[in-house]
Design a protein around this ligand. Structure first.
Ligand SMILES: C[S@@+](CC[C@H](N)C(=O)[O-])C[C@H]1O[C@@H](n2cnc3c(N)ncnc32)[C@H](O)[C@@H]1O
Length: 399
């Protein structure tokens, strides 16, 4: 029997003392762990024309499946539903992903030809969503994932294979030092996109013709092949990706400002205290493991520094005009508002904190700002107010 009360609800007193102390120190309301029936969310994956209908989705679950108002491809299901048992999950047609995480990806405002860097990518929920959004726009955009953990990168690779993602590559590297630029040799991807376009709806022939014409005229494509063959082009020794699909394997890794990334997401390593469902699993797994994994004081103290270093490197790899999204699944001010406040104060002249687009009817929690810097465009999701996991998102434009 677990320590939960007779009604099956979780009681705060069950949390380990070190965690309660952490919550107090970080002014996090412990009642977020007692929200009853926090819904789960699923995202439809894959090519738009093959996505499940609402009727097909209903057949997969016992309870209601509700489209999330104003947020494409996300559905709310009951907390008790078992996503892993669904055939459509096994077939790679749905992905269990909290809505708040999805909002971090939507904040990137992905365009068809964007080259996106995901600096803490594993296990890969956001990477897969980014790749889906790119593929469904029919352009030649790519996503590059980086994670420091070999083990977690393997999980990510398996996800990419399961969901048939074909425009994402993964590097195992320290995101604070990573320096590989966006892919510059895109001919194979261009051919793939053209082939897909030809396969698609016959009624769209004219549209495809225009699309192909567009790619043929694309200045970047014209120049990239020449660039990659020039002997005076600056390159570093090739850093082998941990995994890359065939079409991205021959990238020459040219060093040139024009191959900086259009968008970068830093879904930073954090204390994970906002991942309510995950934390509550430790009731079954044992709080000792939780304390060992999450409450190690050295790890926590190093996090502030790591988060700042990640955001600095992300900024260096981002194009002027590009978007940086910083997110965490923590509710602690130190890992969220303080990081963004510090960053903006360091970049008064070239960083603008923008509103995150289209949060639909989602309610957000008040920010906790202790700085003089205006960070009112950042967003906090909180189980008590947003009906999602705890999550923080900030979107910064480089000007
Ligand atoms: C919050 S998780 C990322 C979740 C992921 N974005 C997703 O949507 O599935 C943080 C990740 O950062 C990775 N990490 C920690 N330190 C890192 C570093 N210095 N460089 C790159 N990745 C790092 C961890 O291994 C972990 O996988």
């Amino acid at each position: 029997m677990t320590n939960s009360d007779v009604a099956g609800r979780f009681s705060i007193s069950n949390l380990p003392k070190s965690f309660i102390k952490f919550l107090e120190d970080n002014e996090i309301d412990p009642s977020v762990y007692c929200v009853n029936n926090l819904p789960r969310y699923i995202r439809l994956t894959g090519p738009l024309q093959q996505q499940l209908t609402l009727k097909e989705l209903h057949e997969q679950f016992n309870g209601p499946v509700l489209p999330v108002d104003g947020i494409d491809n996300f559905f709310r299901i009951d907390a008790k539903e078992k996503i892993v048992d669904c055939q459509t999950y096994k077939d790679g047609k749905i992905f269990g992903m909290d809505l708040s995480s999805g909002m971090a990806v939507y904040s990137l405002d992905i365009k068809p030809d964007d080259h996106i860097l995901d600096l803490c990518c594993a296990p890969g929920a956001k990477l897969c969503m980014i790749a889906d959004l790119l593929a469904n726009q029919g352009g030649i955009g790519t996503v590059t994932g980086v994670d420091i953990s070999n083990h977690r990168a393997s999980i990510c690779k398996n996800l990419l294979k399961k969901y048939k993602v074909n425009r994402a590559r993964i590097f195992v590297a320290d995101g604070t030092q990573f320096s590989v630029m966006a892919p510059s040799y895109l001919e194979p991807l261009k051919r793939l996109v053209e082939a897909n376009n030809r396969k698609n709806d016959a009624n769209k022939k004219e549209e495809q013709r225009q699309q192909t014409k567009k790619y043929n005229n694309d200045e970047r494509l014209e120049t990239e092949l020449m660039d990659s063959r020039k002997s005076d082009v600056k390159r570093s020794p090739i850093i082998r990706p941990f995994w890359a699909p065939q079409i991205l394997r021959s990238d020459p890794q040219i060093i040139n400002e024009k191959y900086l990334y259009d968008k970068v997401i830093v879904d930073a390593e954090c204390t994970h205290d906002g991942s309510i469902a995950h934390i509550l699993k430790y009731e079954k797994w044992g709080w000792d493991a939780f304390e060992k994994n999450f409450m190690n004081p050295d790890r926590i103290n190093n996090l502030w520094d790591l988060q700042r270093k990640l955001i600095i490197n992300a900024w260096n790899l981002l194009k002027t005009g590009g978007i940086l999204v910083y997110s965490t699944c923590s509710l602690s001010r130190k890992q969220n508002e303080d990081v963004i406040g510090w960053f903006l104060s360091e970049h008064m002249n070239d960083a603008i904190l923008e509103p995150i687009p289209s949060i639909g009817t989602l309610k957000t929690a008040p920010l906790r700002n202790n700085n003089n810097i205006d960070i009112s465009n950042a967003v906090r999701f909180d189980p008590l107010i947003s009906n999602t996991s705890g999550f923080f998102v900030a979107r910064i434009r480089k000007q």
